[in-house]
Design a protein around this ligand. Structure first.
Ligand code: ADP
Ligand code: MG
Length: 254
């Protein structure tokens, strides 16, 4: 049975999508069979793995709202063992349309269960909100990986995220755990970044990964080429650190 991990932080621009794509590709590089589910209407994980809009007939919206089997929406990427369920802008209507549906919090859970046996890891790239899509992702997940940008106000909003996790644990998914907290976009040349890392370690203790993702321009270029960093520039610092993160995640799940 595959492990299901949501990548979540309701703050935008903290590295959720970058981590989904690059942790996913790195786990695949290490021999794991990986499915990435794009749960953000922006579709950045979709385009970032090289899937073009024109080739998407059905996406995660159809799974959640129209009961299309998840399996029918899966696309392979250029990287072996790395598949994706795409998202398009039509997902932006899902929160409202789901409101009136039966078992609206469990729709992704049911869909993910239908393919769990076929993957080692299923990653869910969450939208920057704590709405019904994120609740669906948390209900479907074993754990949550929280990317935190190594910047001022890094901890801001995290108590709301923790509250949402507690609510989901109480009502929908008793076993939901914190997988880990990942510091992203660290500028090691400034003191600030390192101070923020220390502050987050103080709050989350040993939940914070040893691996810290540096600010690396190659990581921001890769999505426009539709490639994970490991295929765009395998020698870059970004590629090396995401591979190190994947090893840390694997070790923690042995
Ligand atoms: P989120 O999904 O949380 O909104 P993204 O992963 O899309 O965040 O990252 C926001 C922006 O920052 C994107 O343009 C992305 O390419 C860039 N970015 C993410 N991580 C890094 C990094 N380590 N170094 C440089 N740019 C990064
Ligand atoms: Mg994103």
């Amino acid at each position: 049975m595959g492990k299901v991990i949501s990548l979540a932080n309701q703050k935008g621009g903290v590295g959720k999508t970058t981590t989904s794509v690059n942790l996913g590709a790195s786990l695949a590089e290490l021999g794991q069979k990986v499915l990435l589910i794009d749960a953000d209407a922006q579709g950045n994980a979709t385009s970032g793995t090289g899937i073009r809009k024109a080739e998407i007939e059905q996406d995660i919206y159809d799974v959640l709202v129209n009961d299309v089997p998840l399996k029918e929406t899966i696309k392979t990427t250029e990287r072996e063992n790395f598949d994706i369920v795409p998202a398009t802008i039509q997902l932006s209507g899902a929160e409202i349309e789901l409101t009136s549906q039966m078992a609206r919090e469990k729709r992704l859970y049911n869909a993910v269960n239908s393919v769990r046996d076929e993957y080692d890891y299923i990653l869910i790239d969450c939208p920057p909100s704590l709405g019904l899509l994120t609740i669906n992702a948390f209900t479907a997940s074993d754990s949550i990986l929280i990317p935190v940008q190594a910047e001022y106000y890094a901890l801001e909003g995290l108590s709301q995220l923790m509250n949402t996790i507690k609510l989901v644990q109480k009502y929908f998914n008793r076993n939901l755990a914190i997988e880990g907290v990942l510091m992203t976009m660290l500028d090691a040349r400034t003191n600030l970044g390192n101070q923020v890392v220390a502050e987050v370690q103080n709050y989350f203790k040993d939940k914070v990964y040893q691996t810290v993702i540096p600010r690396n321009v190659r990581l921001s270029e890769a999505p426009s080429h539709g490639k994970p960093i490991i295929d765009y520039d395998p020698k870059s610092k970004g590629a090396q650190t995401y591979l190190a993160l994947a090893k840390e995640v694997l070790a923690a799940n042995e």
